[in-house]
Design a protein around this ligand. Sequence first.
Ligand SMILES: [Zn+2]
Length: 366
Amino acid sequence: MKYCTRCVMPDTKPGVLMDTDGVCSACRSVERKKEIDWNSRRTELEQICEEIKRTNTSCYDCIVPVSGGKDSQYQVWMMKQMGMNVLSVCLAAHLPTEEGIANYNSMITNLEVDNIKVNLKPSTYRKLRRKAFVKQGEPNWAEHCAVFASVVNVAVIYDVPLIVWGEDISVEFGGRSTIRKADALDINKNDLIKDKTIFDWLDDEITEKDVFFFKYPREELLQERKIKSIYLGYYDNWDGKKHYDLAEKYGFEGRKEGPLSGNYINYDNIDEKLCEINIWMKYIKFGFWRPTDQCCYQIWNGRMTRQKAVKIVNELQGQFPKEYYQDFLDYHMLTEKEFWETVERFRNHNIWEKSNDTWRIKYPLI
Ligand SMILES: [Zn+2]
């Protein structure tokens, strides 16, 4: 396990490579981002929007997938700036936080946008999440699958010609891809989904009739209906902090009690309660999680030194996401024993070792 000499990303992150200078591919991707002519990208986006406004015969010009978080608020705001008639679509959180509900409601009110909420029946969602946790150590796989598929299905149903996603996570946060691209039609194959589809999870308990909103529409259907899917991060210089500042003006509030355990900032994925354990599983598998992601992002955007990041990561990464642990157990109907047995099955013994009955990472970040 080696850490980047410029940020604090380890090479255990899937897709991240270190070059001969010890600099990670995510940092190199940040360098390339600085060379982009954002004004001409903006013009490209304006052209796409003008073309749609000129030719669109259905009511909505575009769909923006939303959670109520800072990034989705920014996306809605930006598309409204472009003069588009926006339909926002939300995959309902099953265990939303107070802040999540308030931010979602204030987004609809303050940004003046129509909204559709897709609510998945709890029994299917719970079973799928539980299976994804036990078999893959990744409970949110089911949710990611449903977010992408439900939004695109709504576009088909309402005949909306454009879907505007946020950032391409495979590029923005250092992943399998380093090439920034505009087209997002294959978003159902990104780093969050990998090579699986919902059909890999069907069995006696869950049938195809239970999973309409988990099924990504066929590529031919999307081509036939001329539905375009883009990453706003290709056209606009993506920056979570900038989005936070904008969303705050429209009533967005960070977590009132301050950052969650292991977090450095109080406005990252604060909408719902089931996400933190999913992210924490990266610590078990790859030896890093929230503090590394958040500090790297600050370094990449010139807001933190590596030295400070090392200190923060070492202080925070050992914290357990205790706040919603009981909610996680209750929702998935897991006992503590089942939870920890699953966690231990996914612990990466190449990077973890036990001393004095305590697990620690063999390769400290310095
Ligand atoms: Zn780096």
